[in-house]
Write a protein that binds this ligand. Structure first.
Ligand code: NAD
Length: 282
């Protein structure tokens, strides 16, 4: 019988702590979000971020820019926010329109306002295990869930499916920094199950609905599902075949209600952290 990891509850607890801390601040943290284009899912995500920021008592700004904005104009918008003394945290919602080079936009964000922690300066610090308090939101959320449930990564074999810059890659560094033995699998990995079957901690971030089957999971493994895919009738599915895997895992995250709520929670945590670094020089 496995324990279902309740990301919603953990996230709620952390958000309430942030809200309380914010109430006692004279100035309020300000999160600025840039969204370019008309991607429906992105609009929902940005709306949720703005709502959560408002709930916590943060200031928030959303800059909606047209789909056909040029790369230079987009960089100019970022630079305006870089210069704005009242903005502590900047997020550029991904994906950007196809003609924009996302890496150039991420590089234009001031590293000390880079709330997603995607700037090469910030990611390098994490990869090198240098002193830092900010981490990319989804990997940070996963590490917080493990901590909350008393699951240590030390000495464990952690297998990650997916090597994206926002999930798999930075998560591999965080797990390595926590003394796990880490294997990163991806779309070119041969015989994926040979790796997943050996995982003490298995994390899937491939975006392939229910493709991790029971026979791919080791008995007693901790199973973390990052995947979010909407099926034809609008139902949200994770990467893990939850109903069958749950009896084999020791701990497992559901979708929805697992990693998802932790991502937004860590975004707010990072916003507060950047504010404190700026105002309180922590
Ligand atoms: P991505 O498309 O950038 O990366 C997917 C990765 O999976 C790639 O590295 C690819 O090599 C790997 N992959 C794909 N098919 C594979 C296969 N059959 N075997 C092994 N590896 C395979 O996606 P992403 O942005 O990293 O997101 C991954 C999933 O996580 C998506 O479903 C996304 O919606 C979800 N996501 C959820 C959260 C959250 O808060 N829960 C946050 C970010 C992303």
């Amino acid at each position: 019988m496995s324990i279902i990891i309740d990301g919603k509850a953990v996230s709620k607890k952390i958000l309430e702590e942030i809200k309380l801390e914010t109430e006692n601040l004279q100035n309020k943290p300000c999160l600025a979000v840039i969204i370019a284009g008309n991607d429906a899912a992105s609009k929902i995500y940005v709306n949720n971020k703005q709502k959560t920021a408002g709930y916590l008592g943060f200031e928030s700004i959303v800059k909606e820019l047209p789909e056909d904005i040029s790369q230079n104009s987009l960089i100019e918008e970022v630079e305006k926010l870089n210069r704005d003394e009242n903005v502590h945290a900047i997020l550029v919602q991904l994906p950007l329109p196809a003609h924009i080079d996302s890496s150039k936009i991420i590089e234009s964000i001031r590293p000390d306002k880079d709330v997603d922690c995607f700037h090469p300066y910030n990611t390098a610090k994490i990869a090198l295990n240098m002193e830092t308090t900010l981490f990319p939101c989804t990997p940070a959320g996963i590490m917080l869930l493990l901590k909350e449930y008393g699951i240590s990564a030390e000495g464990k074999h952690a297998v990650i499916i997916g090597r994206s810059n926002i999930v798999g890659r930075p998560l591999s560094w965080l797990l390595l920094n926590n003394s796990a033995t880490v294997t990163v699998c991806h779309s070119k990995t041969e015989n994926l199950a040979d790796f997943t079957k050996n995982a003490d901690i298995l994390i899937s971030a491939a975006g392939k609905p229910e493709f991790v089957k029971k026979e791919m999971v080791k008995e007693g493994a901790v199973v973390i599902d990052v995947g979010i895919t909407r099926d034809t009738d609008g139902k949200i599915k994770g990467d893990i075949d939850f109903e069958r895997v749950k009896d084999k895992a020791s701990y497992i995250t559901p979708v929805p209600g697992g990693v998802g709520p932790m991502t937004i929670c860590c975004l707010m945590k990072n916003t507060l952290e950047l504010f404190k670094k700026y105002h309180l020089k922590t």
